[in-house]
Design a protein around this ligand. Sequence first.
Ligand SMILES: [Zn+2]
Ligand SMILES: [Zn+2]
Length: 162
Amino acid sequence: MRKDPAYNDLLADDGDAQAEPQASYRAGCFCGAVEVEVTGKPMFAGYCHCADCQAWSAAPINAFSLWKSDSVRIIKGEAELGTFNKTEHSYRKFCKRCGGHVMTEHPRMRLIDVYANLLKGYQHRPTLHANYASKMVSVRDGLPKYADLPADLGGSGETLPD
Ligand SMILES: [Zn+2]
Ligand SMILES: [Zn+2]
């Protein structure tokens, strides 16, 4: 994948992606009726602490991996995939059969968050924490903690201590 210069600083860690530039990973819902496949590597990977992710996932933190939309393909159960958007920024996709969450489309960023912990065989290599101002738990991992979002993703770029 070609790097977009605007994203240079925060691009997800290359890791060993060079060896397998077109690796694919699958993510399924809780019951398995819906499956998506991502190819290549994400543009960003990290953790989101926003109130919406907390409420949607019923968990304090969402592990995200953000992919260009053309890297994400629904390979099974498209008719079972429901969408809910509380805001214009996030279209949350879930399985209508089991209620399991699959991914969130972010039209403004033109990226899709496929939940990192659903991707089989994928190694999460986080580079940042987003929306740390609304954190429920602290994560002292030394990664940058953005109050909202990095400037490259349309945020203030302001950072907070661990
Ligand atoms: Zn399901
Ligand atoms: Zn969030």
